[in-house]
Design a protein around this ligand. Structure first.
Ligand code: GLY
Length: 420
């Protein structure tokens, strides 16, 4: 039996702990720092790497890292130095997410499909470059910017203002010391996530996120307002193409360059005329994609984490998936992604049936009550025989949960339905 330490405090981490708790090999799950729904919270922040090492050592834990920041800070290297088992990529491998410039150059030299781009650290030169183009662009800060450093532009003026925001106003601090200006590819976006041990990569079920705050993909970007799995947007032949031409190629090219990628590799894919392009890599599970994906897992996730760390994924059976669809609707605090109220009591948990999962994100438990404590508060997730059924099941559950400033999109999953 093994103890698990999950690092993070979002819906993704709650979903991972829910799935891992079903393994017969798992004894106790701790979460650092966790939220109002996660088990055995430990008050250690994700950036306190020494504190996390000490805790994992004392409690003999196998550690699972949820978010990107500790990966970029080198938590896996540190745990490896202490001979502690930890699931996730090293700091070198995490560059696929922590430096967008590193990732773009990597894709270019390895012929992995992505849009054409240039790199700038000088705002005037960047703005002049934009004027010379006859297509729209996306302006990206190089470093980690909590999901906000990507600005999709529809005109030269928007692009120039994005350049100013990142390079002159320094809205994202040092993460914006350099930028990428890349061609904007218009198409349909989907998420393709695989689990790798550095040699092979096993695909997870496909999914699609809903990044904008309002229905119909309107309004500002968020961390994600809901997701569903499987997505019909990626059919079998497209999945094969993405697996071979993007995922396998990435893992092998990393290995050839002397970097073993272990952990979840997430490719944000734009599909145009049935051709996939990498919009970005993430080096972790998606949030909220993780919630519907884990609900469909018909295998022991701990076994696969062990095999990833041990370099033994090639000897594992192909992961099997529940045939049903799963949909996660994120319940947020009204005002998110800008300012929003906190500390509001949430009710209705008792009326949720056992086949629906309510994954906590921005919540805390105080005096036995669950209070809102963040922008994205809960991820209500349900299965259904079809995508339509899963949508109807999840929204029936969403109705039962309330607090004064609850907000959610009403159209999660519709993009999938409209594709049939
Ligand atoms: N759902 C987007 C992300 O996890 O980055």
């Amino acid at each position: 039996m093994v103890n698990i330490l999950i690092i993070g405090s979002g819906g993704r981490e709650h979903a991972l702990s829910w799935k891992l708790s079903q393994s017969e090999k798992v004894e106790t799950i701790f979460t650092a720092p966790g939220n109002g729904g996660t088990p055995n919270n430990v008050p250690i922040n994700v950036d306190d790497l020494d504190g996390l090492v000490d805790f994992a050592k004392k409690n003999n834990c196998f550690t699972v890292v949820g978010p990107e920041a500790p990966l970029a800070a080198g938590i896996v290297n540190k745990f490896n130095d202490h001979n502690l088992k930890i699931f996730g990529p090293t700091q070198q491998a995490a560059q696929l997410e922590s430096s967008k410039i590193w990732a773009k150059n990597f894709m270019k030299r390895n012929n992995i499909p992505t849009s054409r781009f240039e790199i700038f650290d000088d705002a005037k030169k960047a703005q002049k470059y934009v004027e010379s183009l006859d297509y729209n662009v996306v302006v990206k800060a190089d470093g980690l910017a909590a999901g906000k450093g990507v600005i999709v532009c529809s005109s030269d003026d928007e692009a120039k203002s994005a350049i100013e925001t990142i390079l002159i106003k320094k809205t994202f601090g040092d993460a914006g010391n350099r930028i990428i200006i890349e061609e904007r590819i218009d198409g349909i976006e989907a998420s393709y996530i695989a689990l790798s041990d550095g040699d092979v990569a096993l695909p997870m079920a496909t999914s699609q996120d809903h990044k904008r705050i309002f229905d119909g993909d309107k309004g500002p970007n968020t961390g994600g307002m809901g997701a569903y799995s499987t997505t019909p947007i990626i059919d079998d032949s497209l999945a094969k193409k993405i697996q071979e031409e993007i995922i396998d190629k990435t893992i092998h090219a990393m290995k050839n360059e002397g970097i073993l990628f272990k952990g979840f590799l997430y490719a944000g894919i734009m599909i145009r005329d049935n051709e996939p392009f990498v919009l970005e890599y993430n080096v972790r599970m998606g949030d909220p994609e993780c919630q519907p994906i884990t609900m469909r897992m018909d295998f022991d996730l701990y076994d696969y984490f062990e095999a990833s760390v041990g370099g033994k994924l090639s000897s594992m059976p192909t992961p099997t998936w529940k045939k049903q669809s799963a949909v996660c609707v994120v319940l947020a605090s009204k005002g998110y992604p800008e300012s929003y109220p906190s500390n509001e009591e949430i009710s209705g948990f008792d009326s949720i049936s056992n086949d629906v999962c309510v994954f906590h994100a921005g919540t805390k438990k105080t005096d036995g009550k669950i209070l809102s404590n963040g922008g994205r508060v809960l991820g209500v997730t349900a299965l259904g025989a079809s995508l339509e059924d899963a949508i109807s099941n999840v929204y029936a559950a969403v109705e039962k949960i309330s607090w004064p400033h609850k907000y959610c999109r009403q159209d999660i999953g519709q993009k999938g339905l409209s594709y049939f």
